[in-house]
Write a protein that binds this ligand. Structure first.
Ligand SMILES: [Zn+2]
Length: 53
C-alpha cells in the first residue's frame, strides 16, 4: 500500500503534498515536485501563507 506520485505515477514512500495550479491538491515525488516548482505551477501550501496572495 504505497502512494503514487500524481504526475509520473511512481510509487514513493516520501511524497510531497502540493497545491498544483491545474491539478489541485496532489502528492508528488521530489523529482516532479522540483520540476513543477521550477515551472511555477505550485502554489505554496505550507509556510503560513494564508494572506498576501
Ligand atoms: Zn513523480
Amino acid at each position: 500500500m504505497s502512494l503514487k506520485c500524481a504526475i509520473c505515477g511512481k510509487e514513493e514512500y516520501t511524497l510531497l503534498r502540493a497545491n498544483h495550479k491545474e491539478l489541485g491538491t496532489i502528492k508528488l515525488c521530489t523529482v516532479c515536485w522540483s520540476k513543477e516548482q521550477s515551472k511555477n505551477k505550485l502554489l505554496s501550501l505550507e509556510g503560513g501563507s494564508c494572506c498576501c496572495r
